[in-house]
Write a protein of this length. Structure first.
Length: 251
């Protein structure tokens, strides 16, 4: 399994997951052209991808979706409950409606239902040949049932959106601050680190902190908060950025 975050933040999100011959794209919150250019730099073609997974309908996760649909024949894998939010963009015949557990070729995927201010939002637990990825962003909390399923995975890509003090002392109006810290908002650095402390295990090789707020957080604060809970130096901790892709993470 090889994973690369192409972009992460409030201006656009997209990640690729390569599992042998099965290649999966998660979200298209940046332009089709950007994605094509990034892939070509690594001698990859979007036309070899098997599926697009969508986490939810906010623009920073689907901004490039309309062009993506016009330029490719790749199907969109979503829970049926998400379709009303996407119906103006996505023809029904381009959708594969997924249950909580499903397969894409030889890749097993389980939904992690998240809590965000939209009708349907999800994260993913992706497994291929005993290697496992947790992908969770845009959620106010993680249900205990799903937290249990997240234990001891190889790679975690988890939202660490804001520092609580920076948020409350920052420029956002009160209603927006309350949205961000609510159960349907985003994970703070402290909450993300607590979830990771309860989840990581001896298999864990990489943690990527994602969806860092530009106004209510810093990369250094997010990094230091999670670094406190890491049990050893064998886990590599990285920060996903808005304007710079990560290296390929391979397990």
């Amino acid at each position: 399994m090889k994973v690369k975050v192409l972009a992460s933040g409030s201006k656009g999100n997209s990640t690729i997951v390569l599992c042998g011959d099965t290649m999966i794209l998660i979200d298209v919150g940046i332009s089709y052209t950007q994605i094509m250019r990034m892939l070509e730099e690594h001698h990859l073609s979007l036309f070899d991808f098997s599926a697009l997974l969508i986490t939810h309908n906010h623009s920073d996760h689907i901004r490039g979706l309309s062009t993506f649909l016009k330029k490719t024949n790749i199907n969109i894998y979503i829970p049926e409950a998400m379709y009303p939010d996407l119906s103006k963009i996505v023809p029904r015949n381009r959708c594969v409606f997924i249950e909580d557990n499903f397969q894409i070729n030889d890749v097993a995927i389980e939904l992690i239902h998240t809590s965000h201010d939209t009708n349907c939002s999800v994260g993913y637990l992706i497994k291929h040949e005993e290697k496992e990825l947790v992908y969770v962003t845009d959620t106010g909390y993680i249900n205990r049932k799903f937290l249990q399923k997240m234990k001891n995975k190889d790679i975690y890509i988890l939202e660490s959106n804001h520092d609580e003090v920076m948020l409350m002392d920052g420029p956002y109006p009160r209603y927006l601050k309350e949205r961000v810290i609510s159960d349907r908002g985003h994970l703070s650095n402290k909450t993300a680190s607590k979830y990771l402390e309860r989840s990581i295990g001896n298999k864990t090789k990489y943690i990527v902190l994602a969806h860092i707020s530009e106004k209510n957080n810093t990369k250094e604060l997010a990094y230091q908060e999670t670094k406190k809970v890491l049990p050893n130096e064998n886990i590599e901790l990285l920060i996903a950025k808005q304007e710079e892709e990560t290296d390929f993470l391979e397990v």
